[in-house]
Design a binder for this molecule. Structure first.
Ligand SMILES: [Ca+2]
Length: 397
């Protein structure tokens, strides 16, 4: 029996494709799939508020939110639940600043299905609470949201396993250490995000993470901040431009600044440009010979180790979007294909050959969006029109 409000069967849209999950023991001692009665919970048709739907959603369920503004702070009650805006960026969750706008994780039992927040505009997260918050061991997927008008952005706290993908984190608080993403999670990926107008774009306090193909543009203080001393962090195919310091690392004792940073950060194929003080800077605390702190500090720029294929040229960002690439951008085809995601921020397949004329090699661009040369955009449009005409003729028969 579900907690709280129980909708009629008419209100619950069964999702048979999501039904089979979890292995359970059978009488014969074999593991067999258990049938989960996964359902779609429509807001506001069956539930007036997002929270009313989350209160009764169970593992495998989808809370499907119609376009509109929802003035509430919401929290997941069960794990393994998807919270989706039915139309991308059509539904806005407007917090009141008294708590996190979306609290994405909850107490065990944990689920093998990620708690997901997809396609929303999330705003109003002011004060000490981050607009999106996840903690504990639960997997969380934060995908394709616009996060704007908050103090900070996403907070992944201790133990969470998170994927942060394809979000536009823009026009939040640009003052000193206010972060677009602040991370202390166990492990995960930050991929294809655009972060602009935060004091710090990405701040990794502790924890393992891969930071791939993000565009960090005009975040006044830092592009990325790292606390060193834990897991190895992979930083690849990112644009970092318009900050005072591009990549800032801090940690313990080491006289060889570059060597020490290189033990923890794998920095390759990134484009750093127009960062006003330094691209790479480390502040290391040094210790006195007996191991106690207080020996002094070792601060200054460092060389990325090994820093394969780092680019230091103008990314030629499209002034219209602030992050798209213009023809001739140094980011085009300059990324690492091994790390390249299969789609970009706009959901287009990548990598694409961005050379004009094409050189026949599809190489990953640096940053969140892949550049598509104009003639081939036109070719795609024509191909799409031909396809539509064919479908139309087939239906007409
Ligand atoms: Ca390319």
């Amino acid at each position: 029996m579900r907690r709280g409000q129980t909708p009629s069967d008419r209100d619950r849209i069964l999702l048979p494709l999501r039904g089979w999950s979890l292995l359970v023991p059978s009488l014969a001692g074999l593991l067999v799939p258990a049938l989960l009665f996964a359902a779609e919970l429509p807001v506001p048709e069956a539930y007036a508020t997002i929270q009313a739907a989350l209160d009764v959603a169970e593992e495998g369920d989808v809370v499907s939110v119609a376009p509109g503004v929802y003035a509430e702070n919401v929290r997941f009650v069960s794990n393994g639940v998807a919270l989706r805006s039915r139309i991308q960026h059509g539904a806005t969750i407007q917090g009141d600043g008294t708590y996190h706008v979306v609290t994405a994780s909850t107490a065990p039992p944990l689920s093998s299905i990620a708690n997901s927040i997809e396609g929303f505009v999330i705003t109003g997260g002011v004060g000490p609470r981050h607009p999106i918050f996840a903690s504990g061991g639960q997997q969380v997927l934060i995908k394709n949201n616009v996060i704007t008008g908050n103090d900070e952005g996403i907070r992944i706290a201790s133990g969470a396993v998170a994927t942060i993908e394809g979000n536009l984190i823009q026009d939040n608080d640009p003052t000193f250490l206010q972060a677009g993403i602040k991370w202390a999670g166990a492990s995960g990926t930050i991929v294809n995000n655009v972060i602009t107008g935060s004091g710090v774009a990405i701040w990794i306090e502790v924890g393992g993470v891969e930071i791939i193909n993000n565009s960090l543009v005009a975040n006044p203080n830092y592009g990325m901040v790292f606390g060193l001393g834990g897991e190895i962090i992979k930083i690849r195919n990112n644009i970092i431009t318009g900050s005072e310091i591009g990549i800032y690392a801090s940690g313990g004792f080491e006289l060889d600044r570059s060597g020490y940073v290189g033990q923890f950060l794998e920095i390759d194929y990134n484009l750093l440009w127009s960062n006003s003080e330094y691209d790479y800077y480390a502040a290391l605390i040094t210790y006195s010979p007996d191991g106690s702190a207080g020996g002094g500090s070792n601060t200054g720029p460092f060389d990325p180790m090994p820093g394969t294929s780092e680019v230091h040229s103008d990314p030629l960002l499209d002034p219209e979007t602030g992050y798209g690439l213009l023809e001739g951008s140094a980011a085009i085809d300059a990324g690492d294909n091994d790390a390249c995601p299969t789609i970009d921020l706009d959901g287009r397949l990548r990598p694409v050959d961005g050379n004009e004329p094409p050189d026949g090699s599809a190489d990953c661009d640096i940053g969140a969006v892949e550049y598509l040369p104009e003639p081939r955009q036109l070719t795609s449009l024509i191909a799409g029109a031909v396809l539509l005409a064919r479908l139309h003729r087939r239906r007409a028969r």
